[in-house]
Every structure is written in C-alpha cells, then in structure tokens.
Design a binder for this molecule. Structure first.
Ligand code: FES
Length: 171
C-alpha cells in the first residue's frame, strides 16, 4: 500500500545535529511510545525526505529499544527510504501478475524515458524509480505508483507524463 501524508508538522533542523533534533522532537510528540514507531518513521520521512540510518540509535535510546529492533521495523516496511530520494518516487510492480503483463520490459522503458537506473535517483534529484512487489492492483497490471498515487495498466509514456506533471520538468 502506498503511503502519503500531507499534514505532518514540519521539522526544524539546522543545529549541529538536525537528525537527533528531529528525533527528539518527533519522539517527544508521541510520548516516546514504542508502539508509535511507525508514525515516527512517517514523520521523519515527511520532514527529512528519508529516515537516515543515523536516526536509529537516538530513536532506540528514546524508546528504550535496541538499535536492531528499530532497524528491524524500519527495514520491514518498504515505503521508508534510508537514503535521500527524488522529489517524485515511481514504484513499478515486478511481482508475478505484473510480470505476466510485461512489467520487466516496462521497467526498462520507464527507466529509459526518465533517464534513471532502477533503484536510483536522477541526476537533478527530480525522480527515483524503485521496484516493488505487488501493489494490490493485480487486476489492472502492470501497476505502478507515481508520487504515492496508484495507477493501473500503465505504460512508460503515461508514467513519464505523470512525473512531468508532478515535477514540471520534461520527462
Ligand atoms: S502483481 Fe503487480 S500489483 Fe499485484
């Protein structure tokens, strides 16, 4: 399931360690509750654009968890990014139903159209293309999300047009 959140409070940063500052702010927002860990990841990603590895230790400390426990939750959910991503993230399904409808050549065509490798971000930072394994839209394969919005029966031209719409840059 694609995740989008639009109303998270902005994170202030700027002091020597903006990641720890953001972690303190967000963990405090949820009362340092371990059961709010996923919400904390969402807020961090909304504020910083990703959940940096350097956030895991301070989160673990605040929540009285091990770093491995925090990392385990983070790595379980593929919607979280541990590295910076483009302004628009394209996720193309490469699971079975979509493969049967041409997902693998489609991925190559999308990457070609957008000028970016799979799992990479374009040079200007406008778009990231990632593989994903079933978006729950098998009946409308091949499926992809563009900027968190699910689309079915996509082709490379449509994906490129959606990216252009969102970035204002030619695809
Ligand atoms: S296999 Fe692609 S959406 Fe399910």
């Amino acid at each position: 399931m694609a995740m989008t959140r639009q109303n998270a409070a902005p994170i202030s940063g700027g002091d020597p360690d903006p990641v720890t500052e953001a972690v303190d702010l967000i963990c405090g927002r949820y009362g340092d509750r371990p059961d709010a860990l996923i919400e904390m990841f969402h807020d961090l990603q909304d504020g910083l654009g990703h959940v940096p590895e350097t956030a895991l230790k301070p989160i673990a400390k605040r929540l009285n968890l091990s770093r491995a426990e925090v990392h385990g939750v983070l790595s379980f959910y593929h919607d979280f990014h541990t590295k910076p991503v483009g302004r628009v993230v394209v996720k193309v399904c490469r699971a079975e139903a979509c493969q049967s409808m041409g997902a693998l050549p489609l991925i190559a065509q999308i990457c070609d159209r957008l000028g970016v490798g799979l799992g990479s971000t374009s040079a200007g930072g406008s778009v990231t293309v990632e593989p994903v394994y079933c978006l729950g839209n098998c009946a409308l394969a091949p499926a992809a999300t563009v900027g968190g919005v699910l689309h079915g029966r996509v082709d490379a031209e449509r994906v490129a047009a959606l990216v252009t719409e969102m970035t204002g840059e030619a695809g």
